[in-house]
Design a protein around this ligand. Structure first.
Ligand code: NI
Length: 274
């Protein structure tokens, strides 16, 4: 069973066929999806999706691109959503110095406040960091320090930094980029990170793996990510799939159903922790 730990099915790229696609993705072995809010509208849409699809969970938070849209009232609204049973994380939050769509001081201010929110609500964090590796790391270490767990989504840093994140208890999020020819450092990170600390993700509709690079991504393509992880770590594809599935269930606090003799879960729990 496949777990997509980071998807954006509220994106307009899915407006034409969202319902049909989600049902077929689930039918083809993707047992769980966490849809990740990025904007305020995305947070509202994420919550609506969790209410519609039993296999879909949500993360609520505001991406650094939209940090300027936050205020005390909106943060309070997000805090209330954190109490919903199918909201399993605060995210995606962080720093983005590539687009710089919000002033950096504003990004930092709301990154810090949302890290505090995660600590107050006990939810793990989903971290976005682009061209801001050092500041993201320094803030996470100072403010959150792995306290409620979390994942460094679409990890793109060095191996040394991965070590430091792992030491604080964070997971490393791995998606389609690991299949790219030029992803040398990420492949080293995947080789280095313990198997029980890697999460699989799509970030769909973005970051499709090879051979679909540039096309709209969806959760079934985690298959290619799992193949790459298995090859890099020299383990079976099944081992990679089972381990990363269990990692995500654990990090998001979704109870793992009764297991059979071989340790494989018998059935996907559509109902999750509801
Ligand atoms: Ni994302």
């Amino acid at each position: 069973m496949i777990f997509d730990s980071h998807a954006h099915y509220d994106d307009e790229a899915f407006d034409e066929d969202r319902e049909q696609l989600l049902e077929s993705v689930h039918a083809s072995g993707v047992s769980h999806i966490v849809n990740v809010g990025a904007s305020l509208e995305g947070v509202a849409a994420t919550v609506a999706l969790t209410q519609r699809y039993p296999f879909l969970y949500g993360a609520v938070g505001v991406h650094p691109d939209h940090a300027s849209d936050l205020n005390e009232e909106k943060l309070e609204w997000i805090r209330e959503l954190c109490a919903l049973p199918k909201v399993v994380a605060v995210g995606e939050i962080g720093l983005d110095y590539y687009w710089d769509n919000s002033p950096r001081e504003v990004q930092k201010q709301w990154f810090e406040r949302q890290l505090e929110l995660a600590k107050e609500t006990g939810l793990p964090v989903i971290i976005h960091s682009r061209e801001a590796a050092k500041d993201t790391f320094d803030m996470l270490r100072a403010v959150h320090h792995g306290e409620t767990g979390g994942v460094i989504h679409c990890y793109s840093g060095s191996r040394e930094m991965a070590r430091d994140y792992l030491n604080m208890g964070y997971y490393i999020g791995v998606g389609g980029v690991v299949t790219f020819k030029n992803a040398r450092v990420l492949k080293e990170v995947v080789e280095y990170a313990p198997l029980d600390r890697i999460l699989t993700e799509t970030d769909c509709p973005y970051l499709s793996p090879v051979p679909f690079r540039g096309k709209r991504n969806d959760s079934t393509r985690i298959s290619y990510v799992l193949d790459a992880i298995a090859e890099i770590k020299n383990i079976s594809r099944q081992e990679a799939e089972t381990a990363t599935w269990q990692n995500a269930m654990k990090m998001y606090g979704i109870p793992i159903p009764d297991t059979g003799e071989n340790g494989e879960p018998k059935q996907p729990t559509s109902a999750g922790r509801l």
